[in-house]
Design a protein around this ligand. Structure first.
Ligand code: CMC
Length: 435
């Protein structure tokens, strides 16, 4: 637990003649937090903060975001440096363990992940019973939850070794599950993992290989995917991570908690935005239609939002979006697809929106999802699988947060309070007397 800073805020209810002392807690970076844990006991009131705009639900040592400065740090390391120099497996180790690995530690960690890539054959057969046009996120969420029924023998959440095995298993198996969902959608045979390949290359092989032909992984596509995984690996207390924490705080089986995270990620306001951006760009179609769609995005009655724009925390720019935009040009040039109409449209839309007073006043900038779909498409990943790719990467963050929470001796069940606005107490009315 963080130390109290010594500074205290006093909140007084003059009518009741009572006051509460609210100590200020300071982290290592960013805003301090007012500790309101004793507020209800001292003043008999709760705080009200729908959407958690100003509420820190936990302490965490994993990821730091400065939304005004556009800073994102994993365990203190800037995302720009990790994107340039690191790899997804190294970042996974960093997020889980807290330090960059030595060469030997990385080799051992990668070996542990490789060891667990296959899934139980019975689990694989589950896919045959999903409808052929089921969304892959629905299948992934369902099958990840089902893992709780297969790997419960080695799952005592209070045993650190069991937690470690769980971490290796879920990080190793989520690509196998994701690829099986894709193959089921296509009606193609499942492709088993190849442990001679690195993490991202293995994902591509399981997605695109077929048993009747030799498949050669394109190193440009594998490097691009690995980089996208690095950028998506964690983002502190976002909706899906908070969901994993809340579900996990009950002592639930961690596979079930991760499945809850997959479901929360699916929504278009969160990870589902990458799929929604591509649909939106196709709907807009040409540069000439941009003004019409911008007007719709500003019209509150239309329910249309500019997908891939805006963020709860970033109010200047999303550093991941900056990296992905540059990456788009490089990857498309390397793949020989520089004249990409979707990228041109996205860039033009960004240009126009960033000059529009509506977006300027509300500090709405492109987020991580605005350009990622252009790269996924360029490397052949179908739109329905975009959010699944995000889920593969974010599994590492979910596991890191779950581990941090379970290992914390002060952990309590997550249990928000409410401001009740329903009917006051009333007497039951017999059905014959209603109406
Ligand atoms: N298009 C049009 N207006 C917007 C948009 C948008 N994309 N985003 C926010 N606004 C407006 C919103 O209507 C509100 O206007 P007003 O003050 O007049 O009522 C104002 O900006 C503040 O928006 P908010 O909904 O209160 O902001 P929030 O922090 O609750 O929501 C958000 C953040 C990301 C859900 C939202 O910006 C959004 O829906 N964006 C589009 C979906 C998207 O791209 N999501 C991916 C987020 S990044 C990756 C991830 O988290 O997984």
């Amino acid at each position: 637990m963080t130390e109290k800073s010594g500074k205290t805020f006093e909140l007084t209810d003059k009518d009741a003649g009572r006051s509460a002392q609210l100590p200020l807690r300071k982290g290592t970076l960013g805003s301090a937090a007012l500790d309101i844990a004793g507020l209800n006991k001292d003043l008999g009131v709760f705080t009200y903060d729908p959407g958690f705009g100003a509420t820190a639900a936990t302490e965490s040592r994993i990821t730091y975001i400065d939304g005004d400065a556009g800073v994102l740090l994993y365990r203190g390391y800037p995302i720009e440096q990790l994107a340039e120099k690191s790899s997804f497996m190294e970042v996974a180790y960093l997020l889980l363990i807290g330090e960059l690995p030595t060469a030997k530690q990385l080799e051992e960690f990668t070996g542990n992940i490789r060891y667990h890539t296959m899934i139980n054959e019975s689990l694989l057969r589950f896919f045959n019973y999903f409808h052929h046009n089921a969304h892959p996120m629905a299948m992934v969420s369902g099958v990840v939850a089902s893992m709780a029924a297969f790997y419960h023998d080695t799952m005592d959440i209070h045993n650190p070794r069991h937690r470690e095995i769980f971490a290796h298993r879920i990080i190793a198996k989520i690509p196998t599950i994701a690829a099986a969902a894709h193959k089921h959608s296509l009606g193609q045979p499942f492709v088993y993992p190849r442990n001679d390949l690195d993490y991202a290359a293995n994902v591509l092989s399981m997605l695109f290989a077929v048993p009747c032909e030799a498949y050669k992984v394109d190193p440009i596509a594998a490097r691009a995917l690995d980089l996208l995984f690095v950028l998506h690996a964690d983002h502190e207390q976002n909706a899906s991570t908070s969901t994993v924490r809340l579900a996990g705080s009950t002592g639930a089986n961690p596979y079930a908690a991760i499945s809850a995270g997959v479901s929360a990620l699916w929504g278009p306001a969160h990870g589902g935005a990458n799929e929604a951006v591509l649909s939106m760009l196709e709907q807009i179609g040409t540069v000439d239609n941009i003004p019409k769609y911008l007007a719709m995005a500003k019209d509150k009655s239309s329910h249309f939002r500019l997908m891939g724009f805006g963020h709860r925390v970033y109010k200047n720019f999303d550093p991941r979006a900056k990296i992905i935009r540059e990456m788009c040009h490089k990857v498309l040039a390397q793949l020989g697809r520089s004249d990409n109409p979707l990228l041109e449209l996205a860039q033009r839309l960004e240009e126009v929106a960033l000059k529009d007073p509506y977006f300027v006043e509300r500090k709405l900038y492109p987020n991580v999802d605005f350009y990622s779909g252009v790269i996924y498409s360029a490397i052949g990943i179908p739109r329905s699988m975009f959010t699944v790719m995000f889920a593969i990467a974010r599994t590492v963050g979910w596991v890191a947060h779950w581990q941090e929470m379970i290992a914390d001796p002060s952990m309590r069940i997550g249990r928000p309070r409410q401001l009740y606005t329903g009917p006051v107490q009333r007497e039951y009315v017999d059905i014959k007397k209603r109406g």
